[in-house]
Design a protein around this ligand. Sequence first.
Ligand SMILES: C[S@@+](CC[C@H](N)C(=O)[O-])C[C@H]1O[C@@H](n2cnc3c(N)ncnc32)[C@H](O)[C@@H]1O
Length: 263
Amino acid sequence: MTFPQDFINKIISGDSVETMKKIPDDSVNLVVTSPPYNLKNSTGNGMKDGRGGKWSSAALINGYSHYDDCMPHDKYVKWQRACLEEMMRVINDHGAIFYNHKWRVQNGLLQDRQDIVSGFPVRQIIIWRRKGGINFNAGYFLPTYEVIYLIAKKNFKLAKKANALGDIWEFTQDMNNPHPAPFPEALIERIISSTTADVILDPFMGSGTTGVIAKKLGRKYIGIDISPKYCKMAEDRIAGNGMQRETKGLKPQMDLFKQLQQA
Ligand SMILES: C[S@@+](CC[C@H](N)C(=O)[O-])C[C@H]1O[C@@H](n2cnc3c(N)ncnc32)[C@H](O)[C@@H]1O
């Protein structure tokens, strides 16, 4: 594969670390991404019994199409740090990474993801408050937030006036996307339009939200996902062909939500 022609405005089906290794140093301005959260490696906090204790995880009951999201914790941390190292290598001195993750409690201990991000230049933590949702688990309050680590190289600056925004952002989850864990478009629009980045990489592109918004805002994208099925979804969506074309075997989240309500 040759850079830039095989990468810019392309969706690449492959492993994120291996594919990023083929991208030259300093050739990307921004990374916006949400990795798999290792959700199936859980003590029963909504995932392990396969019933989906909480609405936010319900669409993930069946998992991703080509990845089981169940690694031993140490291996998962090592993998995510390898991903972040590649992201840091490919962004230039004015670049930044918006790395979305979730804090959780396991065996009484807080997993605040410090083991993943320590040593990387975390500049700020943004709270994404997800609006809405219904809780099916009587043992917990409804989880409503995720975190976005802004990891920035030394010369990174926000676009003009973006610093007027606060660090708690409220966006409703995307209910009509057949991917099990999509970004809401408005969240990605907020991130990308808060920067002046030209080339934007999402090494866990899923249904292509980062690409859709990059294109909408006149920026360039590079998308990577292990699942050929999601890559096809992303390509269709970016081409403006909608999301319902490649939905065989994938239920939109709203359908699942209704099923759970009726259960
Ligand atoms: C949280 S989802 C990303 C969803 C995306 N933000 C969207 O808007 O649709 C994580 C994605 O990582 C992908 N994935 C899992 N392991 C991967 C790997 N080793 N390399 C690349 N992608 C991987 C999954 O297929 C899944 O689509």
